[in-house]
Design a protein around this ligand. Structure first.
Ligand SMILES: *Cc1c(COP(=O)(O)O)cnc(C)c1O
Length: 413
């Protein structure tokens, strides 16, 4: 059954009804098994129904699910400490929310408040955040305005003001875009939805330098790249570990499938008096009824502890290299390149090398062929097939999925 009479038709859904999951396999309601290289769009970092996560959720559900942020929540403190010390590795503080879009709205609010505390020379608050073409930051009014893709903004104007988009990895365009209103630069270390486009290390370095030079906040959207996905605890560390962001948004992989997001704010001094950046978000400045419930944080704790204990970032790095080498070794005419870091990989499909049915894109078409053959992947932009398996994907299941992909791609063109 896949009728959609009462659900708003905002998604172009595949003809599969998901029923249950087990590690890197997803089963539909007809009992068909799929190798899952989508993992809930890079969210099920431990695979489906990992016993550590299931047990943590069940245990916490019996103790306390929700109590509001009117009270201290010990699980928040423990998870925030892990994120600051073991994942980000720079002194700072964490706010918990429920999704990636919310996390991005949160860091945009921090940037705006920073723009008031550190105004332009004429005393007017700075408010503009520079983001990049083909970026994706979410669907709320704030995060949609931050997203540099016109197609997601159609008929939702007027948009939230204060964003400017420039080409990714174009240092000169970025430099030229900075104005007296600018208070931050926001980017994904690897653009996920936009086509698996990694920032170059030089570009990351330039962003960091421009931020220092112009007193801007260096804002990194780690919603897709973070928590081991790219072969390091955070995606920016896989691209250019020497830079230090000021604000980081997270979601997807942190909860392993349980809805959860967060943002991190650096403790760095933001003025001559040594005011910590994280101190500008005091009581009353932000909030979320559901943010950081005991249940969500117990899920986050289970996931993050497992990521650290099993060194899943290193595993993602090693397996990601294998994926790249394997796909390249096929030497197929339809494959232009393999981009990305760790287990965030994009197979770039060569334009015009095969016939695409009307009404779909090359990536959408290949994705549907993979699905019919028993492999779930995910398009990223029109020409890129994204491979984002669980960080725990067993090597034999990885090989099984790649074999399906090879068969599908071999029959094209
Ligand atoms: C998915 C994604 C978002 C939006 O997250 P939601 O949880 O869907 O709101 C934001 N930024 C990036 C980089 C993403 O991949």
């Amino acid at each position: 059954m896949n009728t959609q009479a009462h659900v708003l038709p905002t998604y172009g859904r595949a003809p599969i009804s998901a029923a249950r999951g087990e590690g890197s396999y997803l089963y539909d309601t007809e009992g068909r098994r799929y190798v899952d290289f989508c993992a809930g769009i890079a969210t099920c970092s431990l695979g489906h129904c990992h016993p550590v996560l299931v047990e943590a959720l069940c245990k916490q559900a019996h103790e306390l699910m929700h109590c509001s942020n009117l009270y201290a929540i010990p699980q928040q403190e423990e998870l925030a400490a892990l994120i600051v010390e073991k994942i980000v590795g720079i002194p700072g503080r964490v706010f918990f929310c429920n999704s990636g879009a919310e996390a991005n709205d949160g860091i945009i609010k921090v940037a705006r408040r920073f723009g008031h505390r550190r105004p332009a020379a004429d005393g007017s608050p700075r408010y503009e955040v520079i983001t990049f073409n083909k970026s994706f930051h979410g669907r709320t009014l704030g995060s949609m305005a931050a997203t540099g893709q016109a197609k997601i903004q159609v008929e939702f104007d007027p948009l939230l003001v204060g964003f400017k988009y420039v080409d990714f990895n174009d240092a000169e365009a970025l430099r030229a875009a900075i104005s007296k209103e600018t208070c931050g630069i926001m980017l994904e270390a690897i653009q996920g939805e936009g086509g698996v486009n990694p920032a170059t290390p030089e570009f990351m370095q330039t962003v960091a330098e421009l931020c220092r030079e112009h007193d801007l906040l260096f804002m990194v959207d780690e919603v897709q790249c973070g928590f081991g996905r790219c072969g390091a605890p955070m995606g920016w560390q896989a691209v250019c570990p020497t830079v230090q962001p000021d604000l980081i948004s997270c979601a997807k992989g942190i909860g392993g499938g349980f809805p959860m997001g967060c943002f991190w704010v650096s403790n760095r001094a933001m003025d001559e008096a040594g005011t910590e950046l994280s101190s500008i978000m005091g009581p009353g400045s932000h909030g979320s009824t559901f943010g950081g419930t005991p249940l969500a944080c117990s899920a986050g704790l289970a996931v993050v502890k497992e990521i650290l204990a099993a060194d899943l970032p290193a595993r993602a790095a090693a397996l990601g290299e294998k994926v790249k080498a394997e796909v390249e070794s096929w030497n197929l005419p339809v494959v232009e390149c393999v981009r990305g870091h760790g287990l965030l990989r994009g197979v770039g499909l060569r334009a015009g090398s095969f016939t695409v049915p009307e009404g779909t894109t090359p990536a959408g078409y290949v994705n549907s062929l993979c699905m019919q053959a028993g492999l779930l992947a995910c398009p990223a932009g029109p020409d890129t097939l994204r491979l984002i398996p669980a960080l725990t994907v067993p090597e034999e299941v990885l090989a099984e999925g790649l074999n399906i992909l090879k068969n599908v791609l071999s029959q094209l063109g």
